[in-house]
Write a protein that binds this ligand. Structure first.
Ligand code: CTP
Length: 477
């Protein structure tokens, strides 16, 4: 197959010319070729393989780009790995010399590297669909070099390792997660013996830095159907190593004719539903993933009543700091957001019916602020019942709640609420210094507004401040 028509960008001509000058054959390889054949060029990353030194080619390319554009494009060199990188025309171009890799240290995925041929380099790659190379050399410019049948695997939507899967996965265990990530993103199958090998090598995941695991995990979550990857992780045993709190949710228990739902499969559906809601917020997807993790600890059976999971949202939210710490996920506002959302995940569902009080809605708005929209998205995604009537009813409940939220917010402006009375107002009204009583008064005013005892304005709040101050033994200045 010749792809010269598909690689018309001038960067390819420049690399081709540079390779000729330094007498090092070069090829486009990896993800770019794969995505080109899949007609999904999404990435701005371009990998150039050269038979020789990557850095030498990069220098020559930079020189020729300068001749062509009169703009200097700096190279970043990674001498330890013999690779180099430069940015040109909104593309990150990585130059790597062809190599043979060996992995003598079982506790490390950093290989010992020797210079090799094109074929050696293709052998060391993870999947046949990633071994595809396009020649940039004048004798066969544009020719596709496909020693492992990568094109046919692309057509058949199958992920295979070029060599023995046990070696490919054991050498670099990140590839197990890459296999699952590609299977999710591209909706490909993982070849049976390859999947068996992932099962066998699953514990090798422990040698990976958490950041690399999370990078792949997040890509799975951000895909259009994360359940594919989550299920493959579960079936391979990787999930119980990475996120055991989620994998233990699997299973249905039945007692005296009472059954509960399978909370693992329910969670998968919730995360898929969030993707369908066009949610591309990674952290809301994490919320969906973790929203029921408290159910294992809170599960109880009551005769004649059935299964309950009281306070699972609270218990779940308390588990999140440890999970985030273990997986080296962000701290600060992101962690706070995920905890808050899980803790409140059940609230919209509990606020149903015609007699929801205004104050319950004001409290919800106050606690959630701008995150109310995400909470509603989560609640809609949380509806996974198979019964069409129930689904309709739950959705109607949420629509009704949205209407009420809009009414109350328009009237009371609670979402970005700021107390109409500040600490300074209180100190100057009673001529006092900072003390506990100020907090008590502010809290009293806040609760009075949320409960609808007073309206959200300065004069009503001022009157209540004087009232509470008097109760606390304070005298107006
Ligand atoms: N590769 C590999 N093993 C890894 C990572 C990468 O064999 N653990 C090889 C694959 O041939 C891959 C290429 O290096 O195609 C480039 O890697 P990278 O840029 O990380 O991935 P892409 O395949 O380009 O795809 P994506 O950007 O979606 O990760």
């Amino acid at each position: 197959m010749n792809l010269s028509k598909a690689i018309r960008k001038n960067i390819f001509q420049i690399v081709s010319h540079s390779s000729k000058v330094i007498k090092q054959d070069s090829y486009i390889i990896g993800g770019y070729v794969r995505d080109l054949l899949l007609r999904k060029i999404k990435s701005c990353d371009l990998d150039i393989l050269t038979i020789g030194e990557g850095i030498r080619l990069a220098k020559e390319v930079a020189k020729n780009i300068y001749k062509y554009t009169k703009v200097f494009h700096p190279i970043r060199m990674f001498k330890r790995y013999g690779t180099a990188m430069l940015k040109y025309d909104n593309q990150t171009i990585e130059f790597v010399g062809s190599r043979i890799e060996s992995y003598p240290n079982p506790n490390s995925r950093n290989p010992i590297v020797k210079l090799g041929t094109l074929q050696d380099d293709q052998n060391r790659r993870d999947f046949t669909i990633n071994t595809l190379a396009i020649s940039l050399n004048s004798n066969n410019y544009g020719e596709l070099i496909d020693p492992f049948g990568g094109v046919s695997d692309l057509k058949n939507k199958i992920l295979k390792t070029p060599l023995n899967a046990d070696i490919t996965y054991s050498d670099d265990p990140l590839r197990m997660l890459r296999a699952i990530r590609f299977a999710t993103e591209l909706q490909f199958f993982i070849e049976k013996k390859s999947f068996q090998s992932i099962k066998k090598n699953k514990n090798r995941i422990n040698i990976l830095p958490k950041e690399r695991i999370i990078e792949e995990f997040n890509k799975i979550l951000l895909s259009s159907k994360p359940s594919i990857g989550l299920l493959l992780m579960k079936k391979s045993g990787l999930l119980s190593i990475i996120l055991p709190e989620l994998s233990v949710l699997e299973g249905i228990e039945e007692k005296d004719g009472f059954k509960h739902k399978d909370n693992f499969y329910h969670t998968l559906q919730v995360v898929d539903n969030l993707s369908r809601e066009k949610c591309n917020s990674l952290w809301l997807k994490w919320v969906g993933l973790l929203h029921d993790i408290g159910k294992t600890q809170t599960k109880k059976f009551f005769p004649k009543v059935g299964w309950t999971f009281h306070s699972h949202e609270y218990v779940g939210s308390q588990m999140i700091s440890n999970i985030f710490k273990r997986l080296k996920l962000p701290k600060g506002n992101i962690l706070k957001y995920v905890k808050k959302m899980v803790k409140n995940s059940y609230r919209p569902i509990s606020l149903v019916g015609n007699n929801i009080s205004d104050s319950a809605i004001r409290r919800l708005l106050f606690d959630l602020g701008n995150d109310i929209e995400d909470l509603i998205k989560l609640s809609l995604s949380d509806i996974t019942t198979g019964s069409i009537e129930k689904k309709k009813q739950y959705e109607n409940n949420i629509s009704f709640l949205i209407k009420r939220i809009k009414q109350i917010e328009n009237k009371d402006c609670i979402m970005n609420w700021k107390s109409p009375i500040s600490g300074n107002d209180i100190m100057s009204a009673f001529d006092i210094n900072p003390c506990k009583k100020i907090g008590i008064i502010k809290n009293y005013i806040k609760n009075s507004i949320l409960e609808g005892k007073i309206s959200n304005d300065f004069s009503s709040a001022y009157y209540f401040m004087l009232k509470k101050g008097k109760e606390l033994g304070l005298k107006k200045k």
